[in-house]
Design a protein around this ligand. Structure first.
Ligand SMILES: [Zn+2]
Length: 210
């Protein structure tokens, strides 16, 4: 087994446990993957995150065929990850979670408008909300081509479900998921205050240039 792959597996476990211990996902929720050339490494289905080890990470090809039998199944949502890798060669990692504030917007079927200056630079005007699909089915990612490929989004909400973020590596995908959760929290708090101001006119264009 090559060193790079071992490192990536260890990183998947570390980030998965971080999401769990910080309360972003429950024991059996969420799934992460990393692309290593023609091999996709994915967190296993229905396993205790506290006791997870790198040996439990599943290896598959881009079509979803298991490349070795380590006794674990890939997450049932693996197809959603594979679709993003298929659409975007620049993507090297995918994070899917059910973080509370982003999921609240997903439950309401509302895209997230980004009017916070520094977040705007990374997320543009809107984080879209994909229409509902049964978890694990192809319907979940029916709109990924539009959002991830045509509109070059890196994070989407999944109606009545959660969020999915992509990045060049796991750190970037994680940071995007984390930032969108923060944005959802801020937006909800602003709504409690009863007011959401837009960025000043011309500012969005200025931020996008940076
Ligand atoms: Zn899910």
């Amino acid at each position: 087994m090559n060193d790079r792959r071992e490192t990536l597996k260890a990183e998947l476990v570390r980030v998965f446990q971080k999401l769990y211990f910080q309360g972003t996902i429950n024991m059996y929720e969420g799934n992460l993957s990393v692309r290593d050339g023609e091999v996709i490494l994915m967190t296993p289905s229905q396993q205790n995150k506290e006791t997870m080890t790198p040996e439990m990470i599943v290896e598959m090809d881009p079509e979803g065929n298991l490349l070795s039998d380590n006794g674990f199944r890939a997450s049932s949502e693996y197809k959603m990850h594979l679709e993003i890798y298929r659409l975007r060669p620049d993507i090297g990692a995918v994070v899917h979670d059910h973080s509370a504030f982003a999921s609240a917007f997903a439950l309401a079927g509302q895209p997230l408008r980004c009017e916070m200056a520094e977040l705007y630079m990374f997320y543009g005007g809107e984080i879209p909300c994909c229409r509902y699909g049964t978890p694990g089915s192809d319907e979940v990612f029916a709109e990924f081509e539009q959002y991830f490929l045509q509109e070059k989004k890196n994070v989407v909400l999944l109606a009545n479900h959660g969020l999915t973020a992509a990045g060049k590596d796991l750190e970037e995908a994680f940071s995007r998921a984390e930032a969108v959760e923060k944005l959802a929290k801020i937006t909800l708090l602003a709504r409690l205050l009863g007011k959401e101001n837009s960025l000043p006119s011309g500012e969005a264009e200025k931020l996008m240039k940076r």
